[in-house]
Design a protein around this ligand. Structure first.
Ligand SMILES: C[S@@+](CC[C@H](N)C(=O)[O-])C[C@H]1O[C@@H](n2cnc3c(N)ncnc32)[C@H](O)[C@@H]1O
Length: 204
């Protein structure tokens, strides 16, 4: 990922231009389809490119140990402040680890994250992470994800396809089919203009 891409995200947080992606409620597809995954309490859930998503609060309430990674310290600080969570902070290699109870966020560049820093992961929750990246970077994102997670780790992926982001489903297949069985759990069409898909990816 180029320095310019990173600067763009940091600037977006700095100028509070997050209305396009930040959701002020828990994602409805997460709340509806996650329970069927039957994930045991205490499982570790990785939320790449987590922003200040309230989905992390919901996942923690389900008993998961949540670990996000986010580039912008403004986003991370806002997440803990807006949810009234007291936080501890410590350096961890190139990252700062922010933590409250069973929610941790590593503040830094996803592409610099190592397996040792991340630790064991049971499930990945991807909402607006893969799809937030430029097309030429998505292949690097998936390759790095595969490097970070174990052979038994599943991915729960939410995508939106509209005219601007057409063919995302073909891309998901081309990026993940090499190592994962891909199941489309649900498709929601909104006025024929936007299509939301819920995927369950199981490592072979
Ligand atoms: C589209 S937002 C989605 C945030 C979150 N998943 C949600 O559902 O609200 C993408 C986020 O990824 C962060 N980001 C972009 N590039 C990153 C990188 N290389 N490492 C870590 N975070 C990154 C941005 O700062 C932004 O908060």
């Amino acid at each position: 990922m180029s320095g310019r891409d990173k600067q763009r995200w940091l600037q977006m947080w700095h100028k509070q231009q997050t209305g396009e992606f930040h959701q002020t409620r828990v994602n409805k597809y997460l709340a509806r389809f996650w329970p069927a995954l039957d994930i045991a309490r205490g499982n570790r859930v990785f939320v790449p490119l987590c922003g200040k998503s309230l989905d992390m609060i919901w996942l923690a309430e389900q008993g998961c140990d949540v670990i996000g990674v986010e580039l912008s310290p403004i986003a991370v600080a806002a997440f803990f402040r807006e949810n009234h969570l007291r936080v501890s902070k410590r350096r961890m290699g190139a990252f700062t680890l922010w933590r409250h109870a069973n929610i941790s966020i590593l503040c830094g560049d996803y592409f610099a994250l190592t397996r040792a820093e991340l630790g064991h992961i049971d499930t990945v929750y991807d909402r607006a992470a893969l799809t937030a990246l430029p097309e030429d970077i998505r292949i690097l994102y998936v390759a790095h994800l595969q490097h970070l997670i174990a052979a038994t780790t599943h991915v729960f992926l939410l995508t939106i396809e509209d005219e601007a982001a057409a063919r995302i489903d073909e891309e998901v297949v081309s990026l993940y089919a090499g190592e994962f069985d891909i199941r489309v759990e649900f498709i929601d069409s909104v006025d024929g203009a936007e299509e939301y898909k819920v995927y369950r990816l199981k490592r072979r």
